[in-house]
Design a protein around this ligand. Structure first.
Ligand code: F6R
Length: 602
């Protein structure tokens, strides 16, 4: 987590970096800071709290310079505090760094340096990097960075400035993302593309153990032996608009509203664009088993996909939490296809699961949103969700794009396995092509969902139930609600209620029941009656609901669609429900407490 940015060029680095940090704040937001380098040495302003407080502090204590680094933090080592905020300086104030990642051997390095008389001011792991680089400084910053990086164990994306080579901004990475941006007026380092889109869409993707040396007009790359490297400059097709709120109060609402368009783009790409080629190249008949592994919402997308793959392909599918995968001695081999699902492509647990899968000989396929991310680069095959930059911490549009890619993958596999006829395939594809318009229909009814959600802010706990594929999407509805509204929530398979959870139902408990599986309607409705008779208030969401709304029952209908693809529609109601509950509570929806968008620590 944490966002880093650096700039060297012709403009004052401070507003450039502040603007970049605003776009990176979703990566961490418990403290922020900037360091610039000018004739007087380093000017550093940093403090605990949101970026808006940092801006005020900079107004009171202005700094300027044409080279600088900035950081927005999600604390790992050392509580959020002014002193633990980045940038960190060596004790001689000759080196300044910003760091995203975790240094696992920081304690050993710290003790070694302390024995040499170097004193530390913070509790962070990151400060050791600045101290060590200063200690190692040889008069050549590239050599120094190589020596320093070689001594570090763990993960790092680093921006480094040296008082002795004041025109150079250095970047190096290991297991955490870092891109280099090339603009007319100067050059950038950043944790991701949206941070620099206002200035350029031309980027280099830095790989692990590569060093970039930026001046205002040049960018050079080196390997860890100090040998020059050639890298290709790439053009990113994300627009600045897609990384701005565009009049919406929150990115989350904007991203929910973008779904019809991004669904269309993703479907198009899987049927006839770049993704189609990759999907067609996969020989599913080679594999005995499919394992889907991911975290959080991406895991929930896998839970939905399991029903679709198993139904259409009749192949056994396991869905594993990526954070558990490598510790369970997974039964996978070269006959297993491991599918990794990740918006960021940088989630540490999913990266580790991918590496474990590859180590055991499995073939990996990743479904990723961020081009150039670690998983996208390392997986054997990658297909991309066409969601564009997703800024709100709670995923919405990337999740929806993951779902349709997984459906289309399942259909292609079913065809290759001879499980579906061309007629059935054509019907299934037509159903999927209908999703964007049906999603738009739901979004047109946003007012009624908003009104209902406003009446739900007082609940302490809200349960989500569903059966079969409705259960899988209930997991996502529950996660969405709890992460942004801070209301306790759990999701259960409807049939599980009677095995324990029903004891929690009492007067004025709220239950959201999803009902899109017509053949199971009576079953889920009987669960609804069971909870209503124990005092619960129920919201039913679905396209096969026969019951009429009443005092204890509210109904939100969604358009009809094949049961297998219904999660793509019910989830839009669930997202809006979560959003408006949180909005009515006046919460910071785009940046929920304790969370960060890209979870690059284990
Ligand atoms: C929830 C959410 C998270 C992510 C999870 C995985 O709204 O966004 O649960 O889905 O952290 O992140 P990625 O998809 O980047 O691997």
């Amino acid at each position: 987590m944490c966002g880093i940015i650096g700039y060297v060029g012709m403009e004052n680095a401070v507003p450039v970096i502040l603007d970049g940090l605003k776009r990176l704040e979703y990566r961490g937001y418990d403290s922020a800071g900037i360091a610039v380098l000018n004739e007087q040495g380093f000017g550093v302003v940093k403090q605990k709290g949101r970026l808006s407080s940092l801006e005020k502090l900079i107004d009171q204590h202005p700094i300027d310079g044409v080279i600088g680094i900035g950081h927005t933090r999600w604390a790992t080592h050392g509580e959020p505090s002014d002193i633990n905020s980045h940038p960190h300086l060596g004790s001689q104030h000759r080196i300044a760094i910003v760091h995203n990642g975790i240094i696992e051997n920081y304690q050993q390095i710290k003790e070694r340096l302390q024995q040499k008389g170097i004193s530390f001011v913070s509790q962070t792991d990151s400060e050791v990097i600045a101290q060590l680089a200063e200690y190692y400084y040889t008069g050549n910053i590239v050599e120094t960075v190589i020596k320093t990086a070689n001594a570090l164990e763990g993960s790092f994306a680093l921006g480094i400035m040296s008082l002795d080579e004041p025109e150079k901004l250095i970047a190096v990475k290991q297991d955490n993302p870092l891109i280099i941006g090339v603009a007319e007026h100067g050059n950038f380092i950043a944790s991701d593309v949206p941070a620099i889109l206002a200035h350029t869409n031309k980027v280099y993707y830095l790989n692990d153990k590569e060093i970039a040396v930026l001046t205002g007009s040049t960018v050079e790359f080196f390997n860890m032996d100090g040998e020059p490297l050639h890298k290709e400059l790439e053009v990113v097709n994300w627009s600045l608009d897609s990384a701005e709120k565009g009049g919406y109060e929150h990115f989350m609402l904007k991203e929910i509203m973008e779904q019809p368009k991004i669904l269309q783009d993703t479907i198009h790409s899987a049927l006839s664009g770049d993704n189609a080629k990759i999907i067609e190249s996969l020989d599913i008949a080679k594999y005995k088993k499919i394992v889907i592994t991911a975290c959080g919402s991406a895991y929930n997308a896998g839970m939905v996909a399991r029903y679709v793959f198993e139904q259409l392909c009749r192949v056994s599918v396991e869905v594993e939490l990526a954070s558990e995968f490598r510790y369970k001695d997974p039964i996978i081999d070269r006959d297993t296809l491991v599918i990794l699902v990740s918006q960021s492509g940088e989630t540490a647990d999913t990266i580790a699961a991918m590496r474990e899968a590859k180590r055991r000989g499995a073939v990996t396929l990743s479904i990723i949103n961020v081009v150039g991310s670690t998983i996208a680069k390392e997986a054997d095959n990658t297909i991309y969700t066409m969601a564009g930059p997703e800024i709100a911490v709670a995923t919405t549009k990337a999740f929806s794009a993951q779902l349709v890619l997984l459906y289309l993958l399942a259909i292609a596999f079913a065809r290759k396995l001879g499980r579906i006829s061309p007629e059935v395939e054509a019907k299934l594809v037509a159903d999927i092509k209908s999703i964007p318009n049906k999603a738009a229909e739901i979004l047109e009814r946003v007012d009624s969902i908003q009104k209902y959600a406003a009446s739900c802010v007082g609940y302490k706990s809200i349960f989500f139930i569903g059966r079969n594929i409705d259960y899988a999407i209930a997991l996502e509805g529950s996660l969405k609600l709890k992460e942004i509204s801070y209301i306790h929530s759990e999701a259960y398979a409807g049939g599980e209620l009677k095995h324990g959870t029903i004891s929690l139902i009492e007067d004025n408990t709220m239950v959201v029941a999803i009902s899109c599986c017509e053949r199971l309607y009576e079953k889920i409705y009987s669960n609804v009656e069971q909870v209503i008779s124990r005092g619960a208030k129920v919201l039913m969401i679905g396209n096969c609901i026969k019951a009429a709304p009443g005092e204890k029952l509210e109904v939100i209908k969604i358009p009809a669609i094949n049961e297998l693809f219904s999660p793509s529609l019910s989830v839009i109601v669930l997202q809006l429900f979560a959003y408006y509950v949180a909005a009515n509570k006046g919460l910071d929806i785009d940046k929920p407490r304790n969370l960060a968008k890209s979870v690059t620590v284990e």
